[in-house]
Design a protein around this ligand. Structure first.
Ligand code: GLA
Length: 388
């Protein structure tokens, strides 16, 4: 990938680029908890988005996407949302840097990579993180990693229109080979948890359904959680988010008002508890205990939070009674993308073959499977002569 980006940069911009990569992520448990001040347990994967970047002598931004084979050109004085989707991720980052009054000038940028788009592996966060990391390096802006994470998240809010939490950008920036990260999304304190899984691997089964509903429904879920918190706050003003809410509070103050909002909030409160328990099981090496909570998490996401889809439900249902699968659930925002499965290494091939056949027969679609290898976070990947 590195070499391909380099060649394309030469071809389009006739210069030597600085190359940066930032990975996609998996999330073991803790879904839709990040924007509720809760916990998440993501890990970076060994598939990344790559950015080749170099300075220009003017105030223009020239972008090129390898996937779309398209250019996008604008001036730094007129960075606005584009009608096309892909330029908005880098442009959103540039907009954040400008709002923060960081000194940047014109640049050329090539975007490419190996994180599949729309599979729930956070290719968009990987793009944002790769771009901000690259600009930070190129212009020596001295922005710390956590601040880059927050700006990348903000870029997604303003230019992609998804009011996402902080998990994906955090994981892409802070990933560490061999580790998951238990992140407290309120304090932003985090702990690296070794992913020592002996005879088990993480297998991703991709429904190949692109989550097109995801952004509007995602923002609706966020509002519903907010509404639940407001109802609780009327009696408990100290409550700031669902993190502070108990099931009793929900029973008394939310259930009588609205059954849907009650279900949404209950899921989040339960998912935080499942994460803490599941993480403790992982630390003890009890993968079956973690896996059980993953199945429960799926149940909640499907029935209470209602962000699953028939294809995701089918895949989780299919593996549920197979002894070689310790746990499975849909992963990420929902409405498509992948399921994450803990599978005994010796049975991965047969599981993928069987699931693929059944999926084709029942859902009429092709299944794609990956064994997820854990990788490390954003970094510069080539030697680059700084020209300042
Ligand atoms: C998307 C968002 C994350 C998170 C997940 C659901 O991936 O970008 O912030 O909310 O959905 O857990």
């Amino acid at each position: 990938m590195n070499q391909a980006i380099k060649n394309l940069f030469h071809e389009h911009f006739h210069a030597e680029p600085l190359i940066v990569r930032s990975p996609g992520r998996v999330n073991i448990i803790g879904e839709h908890t990040d924007y509720n001040d809760g916990f998440v347990l993501p890990a970076a994967i060994d598939k990344s988005i790559y950015v080749g970047i170099g300075r220009r002598n003017d105030e223009e931004v020239h972008l090129y996407s390898c996937d779309f084979q398209e250019h996008h050109i604008c001036s730094l004085s007129s960075v606005v949302r584009s009608d096309k989707s892909w330029p908005n991720y880098p442009l959103g980052v540039v907009d954040q840097l400008q709002k923060g009054e960081f000194p940047i000038s014109g640049f050329n940028l090539i975007l490419g990579g190996e994180v599949p788009i729309g599979a729930g592996l956070s290719s968009s966060a990987a793009v944002e993180c790769a771009v901000i990391f690259a600009l930070n390096e190129l212009f020596d802006l001295q922005i710390g990693k956590m601040d880059m994470v927050k700006m990348a998240q903000k870029a997604e809010h303003t230019f992609a229109g998804v009011l996402c939490g902080i998990m994906d950008q955090f994981a892409s920036m802070h990933g560490k080979n061999g580790f998951a990260m238990k992140l407290d999304c309120r304090s932003l304190e985090y702990e690296y948890v070794p992913l020592e899984m002996q005879d088990v691997d993480i297998v991703l089964l991709n429904t190949n359904i692109k989550h097109s509903l995801a952004s509007s429904e995602y923002n609706t879920r966020r509002q519903q959680c907010r509404q639940g918190v407001e109802w609780v706050q009327a009696k408990h003003p100290e409550v700031k988010s669902l993190r502070d809410v108990t099931l009793d509070m929900l029973d008394c103050l939310v259930a009588p008002k609205d059954a849907t909002i009650y279900k949404r909030c209950r899921y989040v409160v339960e998912e935080n508890r499942r994460l803490l328990e599941g993480c403790a099981e992982l630390k003890k090496g009890n993968l079956a205990g973690l896996g059980e909570r993953m199945f429960q998490s799926h149940e909640g996401l499907s029935k209470d939070y209602e962000v699953s889809c028939p294809e995701l439900d089918f895949l989780v249902g299919f593996v549920k009674d197979r002894p070689e699968v310790l746990g499975a659930r849909m992963m990420g925002g929902g409405f498509g993308g992948c399921t994450i499965n803990l599978v005994k290494k010796s049975a991965i091939e047969s599981l993928i073959a069987d699931a693929g056949q059944a999926y084709k027969k029942e859902m009429g679609r092709e299944l794609t499977a990956y064994v997820a290898r854990i990788g490390s976070g954003a970094e510069v990947v080539n030697e680059y002569e700084k020209s300042y």
